[in-house]
Design a protein around this ligand. Structure first.
Ligand SMILES: C[S@@+](CC[C@H](N)C(=O)[O-])C[C@H]1O[C@@H](n2cnc3c(N)ncnc32)[C@H](O)[C@@H]1O
Length: 280
């Protein structure tokens, strides 16, 4: 007698892999919130904030405030159940930073592994000098199959320019965006190379930059903006007024150099050098 095969009938649509049910892992979102004004939260970010993804928000020390969380609170949202902080201290020590990125990534991964989406709240834009980049890279290194999605947002300097009614760049202007920590020597050089500079993280070097701009006759073409879009927002037109002041970390400078020696352009393009395009 032929033995009866009592194993379940295989579903013809199933591949050997799909026969073993694997829980779907969650997605890690870099949720850009804009620089402070809740009105600059995009519709996409707003939808995700109202969804069932867990919120993760950055703090500089355990129990400390979170600027990103402050933005969503000012937008009228309250902390949902399950939201959790991730600690990223303000230090340049690479070992301390790596340790905290790893701890944060492991925490996030526990939730993703259980199938929960995690929305990491980011001040400004998540692709612009953001902790999210480090977090996403560390999570992906631990599990390359995790899905990561960045929700684009308004940057601090876009909001600052708009608030001041200034163009960041016009016509054929060149624009450089950099952390001021590169130092006055680099900034001095870039003022010859670019029509406009956005200087972020200016706090530690502010007096030196003011002195440079004064030396180069550019003070009147520079603006200082602190905590744009927040209730404490401040813009300063005469930079000599803030000389010697300890300003907020969330502050930046927009500088234009109208004296820059530009190369001639033809219909918006640089004229070709005599040797360029010849004999090619
Ligand atoms: C780590 S970077 C983050 C940049 C941010 N992801 C963005 O999209 O603008 C921090 C620097 O951005 C600038 N910044 C961020 N938010 C700001 C705000 N609300 N007002 C003025 N500057 C801000 C400051 O120069 C600050 O030192």
């Amino acid at each position: 007698m032929t033995p009866i095969d009592e194993s379940p009938m295989p579903n013809p649509s199933m591949t050997p892999e799909t026969l073993i049910p694997t829980p779907t892992k969650g997605c890690l979102y870099g949720l850009s919130l804009g620089p402070g004004d809740p009105g600059l939260i995009t519709r996409r970010a707003w939808e995700l904030l109202q969804g069932d993804g867990l919120w993760a928000y950055p703090v500089r020390k355990w129990g400390g405030d979170s600027f990103a969380l402050d933005i969503v609170h000012r937008a009228g949202l309250t902390l949902p159940a399950g939201a959790f902080p991730l600690c990223f201290p303000m230090t340049h020590n690479p070992e301390v930073l790596a340790k905290h990125w790893l701890t944060a990534a492991q925490t996030v991964l526990e939730h993703l592994d259980r199938g929960r989406d995690v929305c990491f709240l980011v001040e400004g834009d998540a692709s612009t000098y953001s902790t999210f980049g480090h977090l996403a890279r560390t999570v992906s290194a631990l599990d390359p199959l995790i899905r990561v999605e960045v929700i684009a947002g308004v940057t601090s300097y876009q909001a600052a320019a708009a608030h001041l009614g200034l163009a960041l760049a016009d016509a054929d202007d060149t624009l450089a965006i950099l952390p001021a920590g590169y130092g006055v020597h680099t900034i001095d050089h870039l003022l010859d190379e670019f029509d406009a500079l956005v200087l972020l993280k200016v706090k530690p070097l502010l007096d030196d930059i003011i002195a440079l701009l004064e030396r180069r006759g550019l003070l009147e073409y520079a603006r200082f903006v602190e905590k744009v879009g927040c209730p404490e927002e401040r813009t300063v037109q005469d930079l000599t007024q803030i000389r010697g002041e300890t300003v907020n970390y969330l502050s930046l400078l927009l500088v234009h150099n109208p004296h820059r020696n530009k190369e001639e352009t033809l219909r918006g393009c640089r004229k070709k050098e005599a040797s360029e395009g010849e004999g090619a």
